[in-house]
Design a protein around this ligand. Structure first.
Ligand code: MN
Length: 325
């Protein structure tokens, strides 16, 4: 039987909760969902959440986000219970010492690399999100709309609004049960997942209109140099989706997107769908990453390296074509 968080926190007067550094929606949602629930069900206990600063959309859509403690500072010597969500303890930054010093520890996570670092662990790599697992350890009667909303935000984040292959029947059933508590789920999806800044919209438009195709339309490439970036008021975070979007062009396998980070520095973001090993291309210029998503940085001339990268992608596609014959 799945452990229940009320059993694990019985008699506790201090409870600490944390997740990984640079927290995403699943991390913040699972930590806050758990905290809001425990503040309801264990009113006698003090419940502290420790996380790095959280982005604007998550601050707005995760209830209780304003109660997060950012610097890991606390006057509690040793927590009665410390819970880590969506992470192993080694990725929690300043909170790791608090976890190590706690009398009892719990770890709830869906990362396959996590062997479980608590005295009690609930680790399930088949779960879409930590939030899906947090729901399992709560008693449904103790959940209210705020708890449900926090968990829903995390599920939406880690499943890409229920699109990714980690979305299971259990994910949909859990999400459906959360909806019963009543919150504006349409607004959450819009604000947390789809909304962009004006600069981001402009940058995406410019990136798409400047794009060109190579190698029979199987490689796509676009460049926003530093002057363009500056003219639009765009910063690197505004162009983080550009390469993925380029790769969604029909017929394309590989996208190469360059943007100026400063006068002298071009960042390269590569994506592929099924064939090109973009990590191999990025490594030609001192970068790296994964087979389907990689990047590197160019100093000085970028036109020569760009041609080289386009050619390398074409060579890989050709080699794959020969293999198929
Ligand atoms: Mn997660």
């Amino acid at each position: 039987m799945t452990m229940k968080i009320l059993n694990e926190t019985a008699g506790a007067s201090t409870i600490g909760i944390s997740g990984h550094t640079n927290p995403d929606g699943d991390c913040v949602g699972s930590c806050l969902g758990l905290a809001l629930y425990l503040r309801r069900m264990r009113p006698e206990a003090r419940v502290d959440v420790f996380l790095d600063p959280v982005g604007e959309a998550l601050m707005k859509n995760i209830p209780g986000a304003e109660t997060i403690i950012h610097d890991g500072k606390t006057d509690v010597g040793a927590y009665d219970v410390f819970i880590v969500c969506d992470s192993e303890k080694g990725r929690t930054g300043a909170a790791e010492a608090l976890f190590d010093g706690a009398r009892h520890t719990v770890n709830i996570d869906h990362h396959i690399s996590n062997p479980g670092c608590g005295k009690v662990n609930y680790i399930d790599p088949s779960a879409s999100s930590a939030c899906e697992l947090v729901y399992d350890v709560l008693d449904p009667e103790g959940i209210d709309a705020s708890v449900a909303q926090a968990l829903y935000v995390g599920m939406v984040t880690d499943t890409g609004v229920f699109r990714f292959s980690n979305t299971s029947e259990k994910t949909m059933v859990t999400a459906g049960r959360l909806m019963r508590y009543g919150f504006n789920h349409a607004r959450i999806v819009r604000e947390v997942f789809f909304e962009c800044s004006f600069a981001e919209q402009k940058a995406m438009g410019m990136c798409l209109s400047e794009a060109g195709l190579f190698h029979d339309g199987r490689v796509i490439c676009s460049v926003l140099d530093y002057d363009r970036m500056r003219a639009m008021g765009a910063v690197p975070i505004d162009v983080q989706e550009c390469s993925s979007r380029l790769a969604l062009t029909r017929g394309v396998d590989c996208s190469i997107f360059l943007y100026g980070k400063s006068e002298k520095e071009m960042k390269v973001s590569l994506r592929s769908n099924e064939i090109v090993d973009v990590a191999a291309i990025a490594s030609m210029f001192g970068g790296g990453g994964h087979v389907r998503a990689a990047g590197c940085t160019l100093h000085g001339d970028w036109k020569g390296p760009l041609e080289t990268m386009i050619r390398a992608a074409g060579d890989q596609l050709e080699a794959e074509g020969e293999k198929g014959c």
